[in-house]
Design a protein around this ligand. Structure first.
Ligand SMILES: Cc1ncc(COP(=O)(O)O)c(C=O)c1O
Length: 395
């Protein structure tokens, strides 16, 4: 599908929140949800829910919701339902997994491109830490360095599928190849990448793929997907009476079942953004590819507009990136720029956005980072024009 054929009006019409007139360019921090997700959550509550594993219908409904949610998330990333671990968010799940995977005596490789949620859980395991460096000007994560970083003691290589501030999509398959050759596991942070195009965790070489539904039109739920056979080898901290099966033994406490139904609805929504045929996985690949092409065409307008303004500095120029731009305006703090844009009805984020190491490497963290604007599948040309117009007024 050509970017010009992407049904943006229809997609936008499914999001009630967009009718408030704001330009929602804050999707990288969390997206709005379509009506179908809101309805799914409300319907689940209306129909009566019980805790899982009981003998009565409300409990059976929750069992079915959990199973459907695992199947949906597996379809989204190309994983297996039996390897989908669900939890409150990516950070919590990554802490839990990291503790089960690595410890003193191991080595872990983390990158300065990553959101801190794929850094600190690993550096705090007690393992020896090795750092993959970013080129602070281009924003690229050179692959070659991994050959020197990985050795037979490396337990895990943690790397992002996309930077949450400058959008860099590093060459994860090449990094994974180096890691696997040394016998290491690969933990991919797909939180920022997932909403921006089709995902195939096997093609990425991800042993673990982490994602968060609230970045792709769903509720605040995180997931980590892995091969069930790999999960069988890990023993996370858990309560004595809680399930010891996979993936349940990685899930602590009681899940928000209605929200899990919302996650399934969000995956179905993504699969249906453009007309398509085939099973849900096939429709997802088709729909997300169309959304990506649309986003990238719009992003070119956004970046070009910012780059031609003499009072604007943009950060990073990676060859492959999501539709996410990070910039500063001369004479204004990032907070001032975000406040100015907010008055014009344009929502953007300011600060380090938890890209702690990257903003440090770029030398802007202590000065407040920069402003982040990102496009997702529901943004349109008027959102971009309003941002450009608002920034132009700051000259
Ligand atoms: C790239 C990336 N990784 C991890 C996270 C943390 O996700 P969560 O809020 O689900 O813990 C975020 C959140 O912004 C992110 O953008």
């Amino acid at each position: 599908m050509l970017p010009s054929e992407y049904p943006i009006k229809q997609v936008r019409a499914t999001y009630p929140a967009l009718s408030d007139g704001h330009a929602y360019l804050d999707g990288a921090a969390g997206t709005q949800v379509p009506r179908s997700v809101i309805e799914a959550i409300a319907t689940a509550y209306r129909s009566g829910l019980g805790n899982v594993g009981g003998a009565f219908p409300a409990s059976h409904r929750s069992d079915a919701i959990v199973a459907a949610c695992r199947a949906a998330v597996a379809d989204l990333v190309g994983g297996r339902p039996g390897g989908v671990i669900l939890g409150p968010n990516m950070t919590t799940l990554t802490y839990r997994l990291a503790r089960a995977i690595a410890g003193p005596g191991d080595e872990v490789v983390v990158s300065r491109l990553d959101h801190d949620a794929n850094v600190r859980p690993w550096t705090q395991t007690g393992a020896t830490v090795r750092w993959a460096e970013v080129d602070p000007v281009t924003g690229e994560l050179p692959v070659e360095q991994y050959a020197d970083l990985v050795n037979e003691r490396t337990r895990v290589v943690a790397v992002t599928a996309a930077s949450n501030i400058i959008g860099t999509r590093p060459d994860v398959p090449a990094i994974a190849e180096i890691a696997h050759a040394a016998g290491a596991l690969v933990y991919v942070d797909g939180v920022h990448a997932t909403p921006h195009g089709p995902v195939d965790m096997r093609a990425l070489g991800a042993d673990f793929y982490a994602t968060s539904a609230y970045k792709w039109s769903g509720p605040h739920i995180g997931a980590v997907i892995a091969d069930p056979a790999l999960l069988e080898t890990l023993r996370p901290d858990k309560l004595a009476p809680s399930s010891d099966t996979v993936p349940e033994r990685f899930e602590t406490g009681t899940s928000p079942f209605a929200d899990l139904d919302g996650v399934t609805a969000a995956v179905d929504h993504l699969a249906a953004m453009v007309p398509g045929t085939g099973n849900r996985r096939e429709r997802l690949l088709n729909s997300m590819a169309a959304a990506e092409a649309y986003e990238q065409a719009l992003f070119a307008v956004l970046v070009e507009g910012l780059e031609t303004m003499p009072h604007v500095t943009t950060y990073g120029k990676p060859a492959r990136r999501t539709a996410t731009v990070y910039f500063n305006v001369a004479g204004r703090t990032p907070h001032q720029v975000a406040e100015h844009l907010a008055k014009l009805g344009v929502n953007v984020w300011h600060g380090h956005n938890y890209a702690w190491e990257l903003t440090g490497a770029m030398g802007i963290r202590d000065a407040g980072g920069a402003v982040r604007a990102g496009l997702v599948h529901y943004n349109d040309r008027s959102d971009v024009d309003r941002l450009l117009d608002g920034v132009a007024r700051l000259e």
